[in-house]
Design a protein around this ligand. Structure first.
Ligand code: NAP
Length: 682
């Protein structure tokens, strides 16, 4: 019997006794057991906290590269995870969502590094001027919290559930303790063994508690962050633990939700959208055997189309073969455990008190290549609810399996009201060729939903579907769905950071943020900044250029070169009613001329200029004005080599401040350059 273990305090540890026997969902055969009994969870949390400094010291760029290396490492070993995943009753597609979807999350979070500075902490927003003379300013930094991220996950995505969460806390520089569900923790364990063996993460960054893990939250404190994914009942129970309120521990709750999909009134039979709707409903009911928190539970259709939609869904469901996914033709696997069969059965029985089953025989269904008695199989079930405003169980009870209910609506306001009767959902979708219908639904339903998919024939081919959360979006769901915010995009990373307002002289704030702040010291660069390599450049050092007096000829020449003959530049007689007093120089000329002033032309460490950000023309420049440039190192971002023979380089952002003879700024921009590092062959 395989004993699955816990990875804690730097070693693989067996709990005492047996908390949970583990069964193959297809055959019912026991293949393993697991226990977390005897583990001192306060030691586990302390170990994570005391080992967090290695991650905290790394910059966001280093952490991002670490995640990418980990993703590549795991991808090479994916076949192993598919084998273990099959024991959960999953089909190849189900496993793909869990395994490669999870690894995809690591990649997506690794790419987020480009939105963060090359520092261990984040600099948030722009400086706030707090004084008349500019010697006192404020800014915000966000530093990694010094606790641990504790992830309690549901049974249905043992890999994705872990990876989507740890990708975010690791990116933020915070270690994790992962507690998967006791029933599917074996799959998480198989992957964590590889993660630990890879030595890609600093020791202490990831601990794994398999088995029940009861008591894990007993010693949390204000430095920690808890994320819970599971049923609303368990979630609420854990969230209301006294130590969580007493210590103000951050608790992100992602619970079950009764997700609705709407068929738009314009999507009549014969339209591509009608077909898409039917396919999407069946997919949502059968992928992962309906064990997805985002799966469609409530299907809302215009009342005149209720029979058409029902027949179309039933026809498709009739073609879904249930059984061992390795058998040819099988489209739906088993539920994860026999316990789930019982739970889904109980919810279906409850729902059946107020609505009618129109597809699915709970007793007489066929299972191909596996045992109907020993395996955890449950057939797809479609309910019909004629009076969804009166028979309300459908808006209350989640059958976490291949179960959905079709119901009618009269008009869009009714569809919106019905969708909202779920009391807050992770996701909803509307399938319609009509954008006006889509607008009405989205505007009416958005306040009660974390995500809304609008599906039509134009986006269908590339659409990721109703059920898939995307790592680059920010997810969550209000109300019943937990009110949390599933880690998504840059914003997810910020959950693990503490924002601190800092105040001081601009030079001090420049030194702390490693971003040049207006008003800070600007020591003259010697030699010119274009003669220096990446490592030699210091934030704040400045080139003060020679000057140029703008002429009419400059304007005419620039108009000829660019073809920009806008009247304000070319026709002095047309300026009445404009803000201009005379022919004005092109803003682009001012910036181009600025480049002529600040560039040191000889070949050197600057490889290229790849863009301009935040360009502004702040004051009109007329012929006769004399301009000069203050050209300042604003920020440096280290870059990795794409290949061994790549040139080692970094990104340097320069502030271009063009001023006139009065000293006033006339144009501002940030230019982006790539600058070679030292000690490479020229
Ligand atoms: P569950 O019974 O609520 O359990 C969720 C997790 O909490 C499991 O890891 C469970 O461990 C753990 N847990 C329970 N009591 C605990 C305690 N006292 N201390 C520490 N951990 C404790 O949910 P489930 O049956 O695994 O998952 C199905 C539910 O999750 C469905 O309702 C589904 O809608 C929801 N879900 C939501 C999302 C989302 O993102 N919103 C995603 C997936 C699933 P054990 O399993 O070891 O008891």
């Amino acid at each position: 019997m395989q004993r699955y273990q816990n990875y804690i305090l730097g070693q693989w540890v067996d709990g005492t006794g047996v908390e949970t026997p583990l069964f193959n969902a297809l055959t019912g055969a026991q293949f393993g057991e697991v226990s977390s009994l005897g583990i001192d969870f306060s030691e586990v949390l302390d170990y994570g906290r005391s080992h967090g400094s290695a991650l905290r010291k790394m910059t966001f760029q280093e952490r991002g590269r670490m995640l990418k290396a980990l993703a590549l490492y795991l991808l090479e070993r994916k076949e192993k995870y598919y084998q273990a995943s099959a024991w959960t009753g999953a089909t190849k597609i189900d496993s793909w969502i869990d395994i490669e979807g999870g690894i995809g999350n690591l990649f997506a979070n690794a790419s987020l590094r480009r939105q963060f500075p090359d520092l261990p902490y984040y600099v948030d927003g722009v400086a706030a001027p707090l004084s008349k003379n500019g010697t006192f300013i404020g800014h915000h930094i966000m530093v990694p919290k010094e606790g641990v991220a504790i992830h309690i996950n549901a049974f249905n995505f043992p890999i994705w559930g872990m990876l989507e969460k740890i990708a975010v806390n690791l990116m933020a520089g915070v270690p994790a303790v992962v507690k998967p569900s006791e029933y599917t923790c074996f799959l998480t364990e198989v992957m964590v063994r590889d993660i630990i063996d890879s030595k890609i993460l600093p020791e202490g960054s990831l601990q794994l508690v398999c088995g029940l893990g009861r008591g894990l939250l007993d010693s949390v404190d204000s430095r920690d962050t808890i994320t819970f994914t599971g049923s609303a009942t368990t979630g609420k129970q854990l969230q209301s633990l006294p130590q969580i309120a007493a210590q103000s521990v951050s608790f992100n709750l992602e619970a079950d939700s009764l997700n609705a999909t709407i068929l738009g009134q314009s999507a009549t039979p014969g339209t591509e959208e009608f077909e898409l709707f039917v396919k999407e409903c069946v997919k949502e009911m059968t992928v992962k055997a309906g064990q997805k928190c985002t799966a469609v539970r409530r299907i809302m259709v215009p009342e005149s189309l209720l029979d058409d939609v029902q027949s179309a869904i039933v026809a498709r469901l009739a073609g879904i073969k249930l059984g061992d996914p390795s058998v040819e033709g099988v489209r739906m696997g088993a539920l994860a455990t026999k316990l789930q069969v019982e739970r889904v059965g109980a919810s279906v029985a409850e729902l059946a008190k107020s609505q009618q089953i129109v597809f699915g025989d709970l007793v007489d269904f066929e299972v191909l290549g596996a045992s109907k008695v020993d395996g955890a199989f449950y057939p797809p079930v479609l309910f019909r609810n004629e009076n969804p405003f009166e028979a309300r169980a459908v808006h209350e009870i989640e059958a976490f399996g291949p179960v959905a209910t079709i119901m009618p609506y009269k008009d869009m306001p009714q569809a919106i009201e019905l969708a909202k009767m779920g009391k807050g959902s992770l996701v909803s979708s509307i399938v319609t060729p009509n954008n006006n219908e889509a607008i009405e639904y989205v505007m009416g339903a958005a306040s009660m939903h974390g995500r809304i998919l609008v599906l039509n024939k134009d986006c269908a081919k590339e659409s990721t579907g109703h059920g898939s959360p995307m790592p680059l979006l920010t997810h969550g769901g209000p109300g019943r769905a937990g009110g949390g915010e599933e880690m998504g995009g840059k914003r997810g990373v910020l959950h693990y950071l503490q924002r601190t307002a800092i105040q001081g002289h601009p030079s001090t704030i420049t030194a702390i943020t490693q971003q040049f702040q207006v008003g800070a010291a600007m020591p003259e660069a010697e030699p010119h900044v274009f003669r220096k390599h990446f490592e030699q450049l210091v934030v704040g050092e400045t080139v003060f250029t020679h000057k140029h007096t703008v002429t009419d000829a400059d304007i005419v020449n620039f108009a000829n070169v660019s073809g920009d003959n806008f009247y304000a530049h070319m026709d002095a007689t047309s300026l009445e009613g404009t803000i201009f007093e005379r022919r004005v120089a092109h803003g682009y000329f001012i910036l181009s001329k600025a480049a002529g002033l600040f560039v040191d032309p000889k070949k050197g460490p600057v490889l290229l200029n790849y863009g301009i950000e935040e360009a502004r023309f702040t004051k009109p420049v007329y012929p006769g004005a004399t301009i000069g440039v203050r050209f300042t190192v604003k920020e440096k971002v280290d870059q990795e080599k794409r290949s061994p023979d790549d040139i080692a380089k970094g990104i340097v952002k320069f502030l271009v401040d063009v001023y006139d003879e009065t000293g006033e700024t006339v144009a501002l921009a940030t230019i982006l350059t790539m600058v070679k590092k030292l000690n490479q062959e020229e």
